[in-house]
Design a protein around this ligand. Structure first.
Ligand code: B12
Ligand code: SF4
Length: 476
């Protein structure tokens, strides 16, 4: 069968990211001997024309469309991607009358609503490798798609429960059974040059219950770990085949479970891979010993989802650590000489101007390498924050969440923006995406043009130093 896989994502901030989800879905069907072609809209100047040409050239029997992002989760500068994805879908529909299958992390958040919005009939909620492979088998055999586990259809909508159970998103018991993502599907070299890293995954699932978080809804709550040897094999192959040395582990929390993080690092050290990589950490897990090992294994920086540095606020967000722990792990990173970036999510339940200012002061005291400040929490169905938003009258139970909807503590007013702006002005390695502070495609392209690799926040300290010396502002 001829299969066309479309990556609809055109977001290039904070970096363009290689469509690893689609490459993962492609690998099993490539292994089955199907002819698989990819079209990536990210860097296309006329995406509709390129898409039309790709559909005509491929003459597919089946089309898959990857929907990684539906919006940029930024309350201060919201961007909604679904309208441009709908235009892409319409273009395909004009050229092709066979099955078009939607999937991806963004899609999984609201699969039926997105099918409805895009005018599509079939999608895959959650991980796609096994389900898409089965869809292709059934299409070639002329079989029924609706009964395949993971398939969501628009037609069955009325007959089904209004909300999907999050459990079915994780259907692959052992990640080691999966082939590595089929990288030639898209131009990895371009992403490496423009985005400074290649992405790969060592585990899926998150058992924690942070009140706003969709990651367990996308990957499931049950942890599934990939063997360190397979992860290192993939890193080696990416080095040999594509010249890649800089990576990002897309695991929602790399440092949990700590044993797995240790095993991955030991494998990298044992093979002397000479790579550099970044990852997400969770403050409750990790400490000096792990951070030193990570550093030895090539970790160039760790991103922590801190959210707030006020004890009540952390408890309200469903976090299992307190403000003292935030200071502790920052210090441990410093001692291990491991750069760290704290991401804040301000404006959660019970946040006041005083607690917001306290968090910013705590960041100034802790002095992580960088701080990324977010204000307002994107509300999704099936999350605790949705229930809170309903109970506080911010949304209703039957509101649509397709276009971005945000929770902001009712105790805050516009004055909180000044507090953030002033703190960012004092701290040159702070990034405030919603205010364009240290965050723009211009800065990114300039740094990438110099050959800078890895997450850019690792460099702002150094640039800020140079700019301070030359009297220029660090703002974009
Ligand atoms: C790692 C990560 C990042 C890293 C990426 C690093 C890198 N170099 O790759 C960073 C921090 C840079 C990042 C940035 C952003 N991210 Co992000 N990110 C993630 C995360 C944690 C993992 C994504 C990933 O690679 N997963 C691994 C792959 C293998 O899984 P997958 O893509 O889901 O694919 C599987 C299935 O979805 C399915 N599938 C995928 N495609 C298809 C297609 C078909 C046809 C089928 C059938 C199935 C299918 O099968 C795949 C294999 O099982 C997810 C959350 C999560 N846990 O999923 C958020 C997530 C994808 N990010 C999100 C967002 C919004 C963003 C940003 C826009 C935020 C911002 N404003 O900065 C940017 C956009 C970047 C860009 N250029 O697109 C949202 C998207 C939802 C939404 N609201 O739109 C998510 C879901 C988190 C959330 N808030 O809920 N991100
Ligand atoms: S914020 Fe992190 S730890 Fe919390 S549920 Fe989401 S992925 Fe898990």
């Amino acid at each position: 069968m001829r299969i066309l896989l479309i990556s609809a994502n055109r977001e290039r901030l904070p970096d363009p990211v290689y469509p690893i989800g689609l490459a993962s879905v492609a690998a099993p069907v490539v292994a089955d001997g199907h002819q698989v072609t990819g079209i990536d809209l990210c860097f296309e100047s006329d995406p509709v024309a390129s898409l039309r040409a790709a559909v005509r050239a491929c003459a597919p029997d089946i089309v898959g469309i990857g929907i990684r992002n539906i919006d940029n989760v930024n309350m201060l500068d919201p961007v909604w991607y679904l309208p441009e994805i709908r235009t892409a879908v319409e273009c395909v529909q004009q050229e092709f009358s066979g099955p078009i299958i939607a999937g991806g992390s963004g899609f999984t958040l609201m699969p039926r609503e997105i099918l409805e919005y895009l005018g599509l009939d079939i999608g895959v909620s959650g991980e796609g490798e096994a389900t898409f492979r089965e869809i292709v088998r059934q299409v070639s055999a002329g079989g029924e798609l609706g009964a395949i586990p993971g398939v969501v259809t628009r037609r069955r909508r009325e007959a089904e429960a209004p909300e999907l159970d999050p459990a079915p998103v994780a259907r692959i018991p052992s990640l080691d059974e999966l082939p590595a993502p089929f990288r030639p599907l898209f131009d990895l070299g371009s992403y490496y040059e423009r985005g400074g890293m290649a992405n790969l995954q060592t585990r899926r699932g998150c058992p924690f219950r942070c009140i706003y978080c969709t990651y367990p809804l996308v990957e499931g709550r049950r942890m599934r770990l990939r063997s360190p040897a397979l992860v290192a094999d993939e890193m080696e192959r990416l080095g040999t085949d594509f010249g890649v040395r800089h990576f990002y582990f897309v695991d929602n929390v790399f440092t949990y479970p700590p044993k797995h993080a240790v095993a991955i690092c030991e494998e990298i050290v044992g093979r002397n891979l000479q790579v550099s990589w970044g990852c997400f950490g969770q403050p409750h897990y990790g400490g000096l010993e792990l951070f030193r090992l990570m550093k030895r294994a090539g970790c160039s920086g760790i991103d922590f989802g801190i959210d707030t540095a006020v004890d009540d606020g952390l408890a309200n967000m469903g976090k299992n650590f307190d403000a003292a722990r935030v200071a502790e792990i920052t210090e441990a990173c410093r001692e291990a000489d491991l750069p760290c970036c704290h991401s804040l999510l301000l404006g959660g339940p019970t946040e006041t101007a005083a607690s917001l200012a306290e968090t910013l002061r705590a960041m100034e005291g802790a002095r992580p390498t960088a701080v990324i400040v977010g204000l307002g929490i994107r509300v999704y169905p099936r999350t605790r924050i949705q229930q809170i938003a309903v109970s506080e009258g911010i949304v209703t139970a039957d509101s649509s969440y397709l276009a971005p909807v945000f929770y902001l503590s009712p105790h805050l007013d516009a004055g909180c923006l000044d507090i953030v702006r002033e703190a960012a002005a004092r701290n040159r390695s702070w990034i405030v995406p919603g205010m364009g502070i240290n965050f723009s495609e211009r800065i990114q392209q300039r740094l990438r043009g110099f050959g800078v690799k890895g997450p850019l926040w690792e460099y702002f300290n150094r640039i800020a130093g140079n700019r301070r010396r030359s009297g220029r502002t660090a703002y974009a």
